[in-house]
Design a protein around this ligand. Sequence first.
Ligand code: NAD
Length: 340
Amino acid sequence: MRIFVTGGAGFIGSNFIRYVLSHTDDVRITNFDKLTYAGNPANLADLADDARYDFVKGDICDGDHVAEAIAGHDAVVNFAAESHVDRSITGGAEFMVANVVGAQTIFDVARKAEIPKFLHISTDEVYGSVDEPDSFVEGDALEPNSPYSVSKAAADLLARAYRVTYDYPVTVTRTANNFGPYHFPEKVIPLFVTNLIDGQQVPLYGEGKNVRDWTYVIDNAAAQWLVLTEGTPGEVYNVGAGNEITNAELTYAILERFGLTGDEAEERIRRVQDRPGHDLRYSVDTTKIRALGWEPAHSFDEALDATIEWYRANEGWWRPLKEGGASDRRGLVSADSTRA
Ligand code: NAD
């Protein structure tokens, strides 16, 4: 099987590629990635000599290049996107280009090239916010509230159009918040962990009451692989581990792992102005993917421990991203950054 992965130099894509190549012998992967600020070849440096892995620098909006590179593949997994909600609030245009035009371009090229399988990676944010105790099922209406989630919802609807109009079965997964190794340190967990390694404060949005379902990226990689290989083409699958906690609970869980409790913990929290339009709670019903046989292999606590350990052991990976030092990646992250 030859898989064409887009955005594989980013956080989830690189974990997916590593997961697939370490669980199979006969799969070859082409990683097609534009290498934006979030795309980092170092995420897959350990695979540089693996004959099953190829890298092509390219933009999914460039239909001619995609058509040339995609030929001969049996499946596409489209991770490529602008992914940071806060950036979409300060400037949404790049999100519409990559996440909408890019998705339409690659759906179309893959359809014309008759690639048999197409998995498009979406997000639980397309449904919008939901009050407890409800959770969204796959057929629910899409009510996205940020420019990022609108761009992802637009691609989901394009996937629907390719299924209905062209009979091209684009499968969609709507995934909850991921965390784990190789997570760009503008996002909340790696930002907080790296700030604490450096003895700094952590910036918490508003009262910290927003609820997210935290899913370990390696469990998500397993879910995406299962949907690609065993899912029904053209279906939508929610993916989430069921670890719903508030941002405040998440913050205290991280602080505790740095030995900070009580007043010491409070002193490390700096409350910052809330994100505009901040969805209060994301929650998806995952009955459908669990019926395929998926369940998270890691508890939230062990995954958080492993993640913190990874950031402690891999300063050489994250420090240049945070400080813009040795790397050519932009040092866009300050200790004050707020995040998804
Ligand atoms: P990321 O920002 O870490 O990586 C995105 C990758 O896409 C980068 O390597 C970047 O270079 C590449 N890219 C961007 N625009 C491109 C283009 N036009 N052509 C080719 N490559 C391009 O993102 P991530 O967190 O790994 O997210 C991957 C996917 O999963 C995205 O579609 C995102 O919307 C979705 N998702 C992410 C989360 C999460 O918690 N991170 C949750 C749900 C869904």
